[in-house]
Design a protein around this ligand. Structure first.
Ligand code: SF4
Length: 461
């Protein structure tokens, strides 16, 4: 098992005082070898820790003097130090199978690891979950978790996952719920596969078998131009409307039976069906905001100044593959500036230009449909929205989180110099787009803005 490598040490922290250095490999904490950043944090929480590090091939014992609960102040390079548990399913709808060749290798890794579900909100099918995993989840309080349900009918689920264990692995969902673990569920709705009557059956099955689920989101199948599965196709607007209606009908049923709405359709469905988004209170606290459920409403509230804090975490697509967030699990990855944005590539613009220059917002095609009326509503017709058509992935890929440098560069290349071009940070992971380029590669300077309405409002002020 590779030892975790220290990538940052906070000045004046307990780690700095003990002489822990960037580049050190941490072999043990109090004699124990942490398997992942969850164990790391638990071990590092103790008072006065004996730390063994490897530096330039030599093992060095260090003593960290600190109070119980005082942060260690050392950040490590990855979330999992042992191997990530990979997925043994072969879903026809898997987006990883639909990636173009030649991207960084970490993007092709299919994970099905409950620890990444806890740390980053990844979804797990539980097909590789074990009794020992359940024990650890309960012992260490690893809650909430996100579980891919797709269908409650065992045969349909096994067929969708192309794994016979898919028929039985929801028994672990039952076990998690029995032990009061908070679990959010997801159904990736594939037209002709698990929509229509199958979806109705699943929503009924959730009520019968898993009524303690904290929430259930319905998200549409994403189909890139590299899809090779003939049965996988995007929803038609009529099919999207059917899903929106099913969510609304079942919200009524769930409210009657459970006192809460439970199920929510992703924002994409409302855009595709050309229906208004539900009111903010319908989302019951936006539990699956990270999964694209209610983002339009939260963005609106933030932009209008109706809330003081942004909603949820914007880790970005594939965020987990590039290492653990600095503050441990579920820490927001926002640019550091107090203003909510940083100039990523602003070498050719003076400060005086900054306030007077025309502003344009780069966003995906779906984001453009949300932002355009919002900007008109706040009296900023001067701010242009620049939709970035996703030719890189193609198909029905239109979300902002999957924008890449190649497409943004094509849009910016025909825009005038001297403008302010704001770029939401959700399309960046550790400063890189999914195609491996960075904002510095773009033909115009851009300002990277945290992907929430508050940061945008401040950037436009
Ligand atoms: S479970 Fe997830 S990662 Fe695994 S094949 Fe299915 S969609 Fe892909």
């Amino acid at each position: 098992m590779p030892a975790p490598r220290v990538v940052a040490v906070a000045p004046g922290s307990a780690a700095a005082r003990a002489g822990i250095d960037v580049g050190d490999e941490v072999l043990s904490l109090n004699g124990r070898v942490p398997r992942d950043v969850i164990q790391w944090r638990r071990l590092a929480d103790d008072a006065d820790i004996d730390v063994e590090v490897r530096r330039r091939g030599r093992s060095i014992p260090l003593t960290v003097t600190k109070r119980d609960g005082e942060p260690l102040g050392a950040e490590v390079s990855s979330a999992l130090f042992d191997r990530v548990r990979t997925c043994d399913n072969h879903c026809a709808f898997c987006f990883i199978y639909q990636l173009p060749q030649g991207l960084r290798s970490s993007l092709y890794l299919k994970d099905d690891d409950y620890r990444l579900s806890f740390l980053y909100g990844n979804f797990t099918t539980l097909t590789r979950f074990t009794e020992a995993d359940l024990e650890r989840v309960l012992l260490e309080g690893l809650s909430p978790l996100n579980v891919s349900i797709h269908a409650t009918d065992p045969d349909v689920r096994a067929t969708m996952l192309r794994n016979r264990r898919g028929a039985t692995s929801l028994r672990w969902l039952r076990a998690l719920l029995d032990h009061s673990v908070t679990v959010h569920g997801q159904v990736v709705v594939c037209p002709g596969v698990n929509d229509g009557a199958v979806l109705e059956d699943t929503l009924a099955g959730v009520l019968d078998e898993y009524p303690e689920l904290a929430s259930l989101c319905l998200v549409p199948l994403g189909v890139s131009r590299y899809n090779r599965e003939p049965d996988m196709r995007p929803h038609t607007p009529a099919e999207a409307a059917t899903v929106v209606d099913a969510a609304a009908d079942w919200q009524d049923i769930y409210v009657g039976a459970l006192g809460r709405r439970l199920v929510h359709a992703a924002d994409e469905y409302y855009l595709l069906a050309d229906r208004p988004f539900p009111a903010a209170e319908v989302y019951e606290g936006f539990p699956m905001h990270e999964d694209g459920v209610g983002m339009a409403r939260t963005f609106e509230r933030e932009l209008l100044g109706l809330v003081a804090e942004p909603t949820g975490v914007q880790n970005g697509f594939f965020a987990w593959v590039d290492g653990a967030p600095a503050d441990g699990y579920r820490a927001p990855r926002k640019p550091p500036a107090d203003t909510g944005f940083v100039c990523a590539n602003s070498h050719d613009r003076s400060d005086s230009d900054h306030t007077s220059a025309p502003v344009a917002l780069l966003t995906g095609e779906y984001g453009a449909r949300v932002l355009t009326p919002l900007l008109a509503g706040i009296g900023r017709p001067d701010v242009r929205v620049l939709p970035v058509v996703n030719e890189f992935f193609g198909g029905n890929t239109a979300v902002t989180g999957l924008m890449v440098g190649a497409d943004i560069g094509r849009v910016l290349a025909v825009e005038p110099a001297g403008g302010r071009y704001l770029l939401p940070d959700v399309c960046l992971s550790e400063g890189r787009f999914l195609d491996g380029t960075t904002p510095a590669d773009l033909p115009r300077p851009v300002e990277v803005v945290a992907t929430d309405g508050i940061a945008l409002r401040e950037a436009l002020a």
